[in-house]
Design a protein around this ligand. Structure first.
Ligand SMILES: *Cc1c(COP(=O)(O)O)cnc(C)c1O
Length: 345
């Protein structure tokens, strides 16, 4: 079975497991886990921020950022297909108790005029626009990369209104691998950035939130409130640090495999693929619309490929460190066979 549902299905490698088994650990709630501390220092440095906090999941990192940047009743601007709006179980309503203002875009870049229009005038009867979140790469739009110039312009605009800026950088590493822009350059316009280790980097668990020292101190309180204070978390942090050091460069291979797969599908002309969107390790494509996604996914599963659902009408294939070049080609051929199979055509 070729599992392209997500880059979160990756398993720790042999070497990663060895590093985890040997990691020095302590009680991280006391701040005494050397592996967690090493990871946090490394990530803060890599992203050019004062401090970092290891958190169990990307959702927790994002939600802590919302809770700290906003007061209850504030408004947060997000892209309409963003992870924060789509896949975080309405957590902003529950934890930060904020309202989301969702602005649509073609590939994750909210047009600046739309952004400008959404900023609320300072009247007591309007919600207060407190935060702008940008997602890089953009998951549901197909792993699309935000240009640095776009981020800088958006930042310049919202800063004039005293609005904070958070990056959902679950796959920021992919954006860096695709463009050559450093994590530090990409993080620079933001107050806070959340990054994941459990996606294409292949670590089993964990994300980090980075920002100023004062912000991260408060974030530690919020992590505890949410039940995310872990004890000998160094076992996990060691895997994340290993993944950062050894699996970041190879993301480029996943991007090549995604492009190869997308090109084969596009050439066969059995499904619609927009090659302009294939910028990193995700390929979204339109499956035959006469059948449901569940029926299409089942036809692919019978041929030996697992896919996930993207935007309505779209299937999603994600490339990661367990998928070879040969499997990327094989997956495209199997999907072409599935599309031509009885019940689909
Ligand atoms: C995966 C992901 C997250 C965080 O997800 P967790 O499963 O909580 O780690 C956040 N944002 C984006 C864009 C993601 O793809």
């Amino acid at each position: 079975m070729i599992d392209l549902r997500s880059d979160t299905v990756t398993q720790p490698t042999e070497e990663m497991r060895r590093i985890m088994a040997q990691a020095p650990v302590g009680d991280d709630v006391f701040g005494e886990d050397p592996s967690v501390n090493a990871l946090q220092e490394y990530v803060a440095e890599l992203l050019g921020k004062e401090a970092a906090l290891f958190v169990p999941s990307g959702v927790m990192g994002n939600q802590i950022a919302l809770a700290l940047h906003c007061r209850p009743g504030d408004e947060v601007i997000v892209e309409a297909a963003s992870h924060i709006f789509t896949y975080e179980t309405a957590a902003p309503a529950v934890i930060a108790r904020v309202q989301l203002c969702c602005l649509p875009s073609a590939m994750g870049q909210i047009p600046l005029e739309e952004l400008q229009r959404a900023l609320r005038p300072r009247e007591y009867y309007f919600p207060r626009t407190a935060l702008l979140c940008l997602e890089n790469t953009h998951n549901r739009h197909g792993g699309t990369v935000l240009p640095l110039s776009y981020i800088e312009q958006a930042a310049e605009l919202v800063r004039r209104y005293g609005i904070a800026l958070h990056c959902d950088g679950a796959r920021l590493w992919n954006a860096c691998a695709a463009t050559g822009i450093t994590p530090r350059q990409y993080a620079e316009p933001f107050d806070t950035v959340m990054v994941c280790f459990s996606k294409g980097l292949g670590a089993p668990v964990g994300s980090a939130l980075v920002g100023s020292r004062a912000f991260i101190e408060e974030a530690r309180r919020w992590r505890k409130i949410l039940g995310g204070g872990m004890r000998q978390a160094g076992i996990l942090a060691a895997a994340a640090l290993y993944a950062l050091r050894h699996h970041r460069e190879r993301l480029q291979e996943d991007h090549e495999h995604a492009r190869l797969f997308a090109t084969l599908l596009a050439d066969a002309a059995v499904v619609e693929v927009d090659l302009e969107r294939v910028q990193t390790n995700i390929v979204v494509f339109r499956y035959p619309q006469k059948i449901s996604f569940a029926a299409f996914a089942e036809a692919c599963r019978r041929e030996g490929v697992l896919l996930s659902q993207g935007l309505p009408g779209y299937a999603r294939a994600v490339f990661h460190l367990h998928i070879s070049r040969q499997q990327a080609c094989e997956a495209a051929q199997r999907i072409i066979r599935a599309v031509r199979s009885p019940g689909v055509v």
